[in-house]
Design a protein around this ligand. Sequence first.
Ligand SMILES: [Zn+2]
Length: 507
Amino acid sequence: MRALYVIFVAILLQLLPHADTVFLSYEDARKTIVQAEDRLLTGSRIYLNDKEDKVNKMFMRYKLDELGAGFFDADVNAAGLHFFKGKKLVEKSKILKFLKRLPKGANLHLHPTASVSSEWVVRNISYTPGLLRCTDKNGVSILSFRRTPSKHGCITKYVLVKDERRRSLSPAGYDRGFEKLINLYTPVPEYDYPTIKTVWTKFQNMFRTMSDVLRYLPVFRAYSWRMLEEMYEDKLMYAELRMEFKELYDYSGRTFPPESSLKELLSIVNDFRRQNPKFMGIKVIFTTRRDVESNKVIENFSHFKKLHLAYPDFIIGFDLVGQEDLGQPLYNFISEFVNLPKTAKYFFHAGETNWYGASTDFNLLDALLLNTTRIGHGYALMKHPIILNAVKARDIAIEVSPISNQVLHLVNDLRNHPGSFFMSQNLPMVICNDDPGLWGSKGLSYDFYYAIMSFAPNHAGLKTLKKLVWNSIRYSTLNKQEMRFAFQSLEKTWNQFINDVLQGKVF
Ligand SMILES: [Zn+2]
């Protein structure tokens, strides 16, 4: 029996060249395997200095207390609950408090039109004079500031939101109803969204509700500013946004071509950086919807190439968005997509599916063959050993958005998310938030909560967090000089954070 442990350990770890000559006790064999697995974990090779070590001990006390309570009572185990069920618990957690103050580097997967918290939208946009609302044939509210709004498929007249609120029984009640138009939150997600179809329909309707409002110049400016503010308040220093550029309009009815929204955004970011010099700004991954006619996708791809050539350091790459299962697979566009400008990159959403072997599932393969720089979601990756090996060998980062994958119906308990598998062998991964505004999240801290509480093993602490934060810069497309600056700046804010924790300013 004893020899069996030896062979077992030797095969697994390749540590003992002459396994048959070395004997391990049961306890030693056990310990060896545990230690070997620990060495593979995300963050295992991170060195912690004395101060960081003290902070880690504090963090671990709170983490293990919280998980310990959850182990004996699943009702309070936020790490295993749906975000909508566990949000109140997460918000009471000392871990979230810690993560909100933790410098988190960069956010590499965010869609701006779903980035700002719904609470801010209600308090600000819904109170902006001139906001109109109508309802389309599917019962979806459409919001607009145009003086003579086009129908947008509305079957009701446009009414002023201000008038509706005044006529309502309670303005606070009206605001709560308004927020439901742009936030998927429900205390009973299993009842309100029994299938992926129900949740995706509501989710995509929300983009429709907000689409015209976000093209109103004053709102475009205020919303974009708030997006940067919410990132910065959540201790992010940089982001790569997935977006398209649309025509803007103002109250007088003037319209401005799509490129003007790009210039507006650049100017907003520059102003924001002047006020907040630690914020390094943003770059843009140009996106187009995958659920439209092929020629529209091809047309937008050509448009992207032109924009990239005009703004090569700002419009850095291309991606397709929308529900992957129901949209067109990458394979439909190979003959176009092989013609990418040398300076541009792909950042494909791929593998955001539970359909093993369906056309959607092959997006991972095509993303790889098209030389994608990162993979959006990569949820299905662990079912594809060859692709997975290539991802490791080519160091392609996986952009993991835990809450998004849960809310949009890929997995219920985030402890079953492949993020655990990615972490168990230190696959290149970054934590992202996708569309936080549409499910009542804010910044990246909530997603980090699930990364460290649900994906990571119980004993993983600051080393794992630090590795994830450092990954976010390492796998960004910042150029050499920008990256050097980013790491220097991150190091400073990180050390300040460590001091703050030790001085009792965080917990
Ligand atoms: Zn996305």
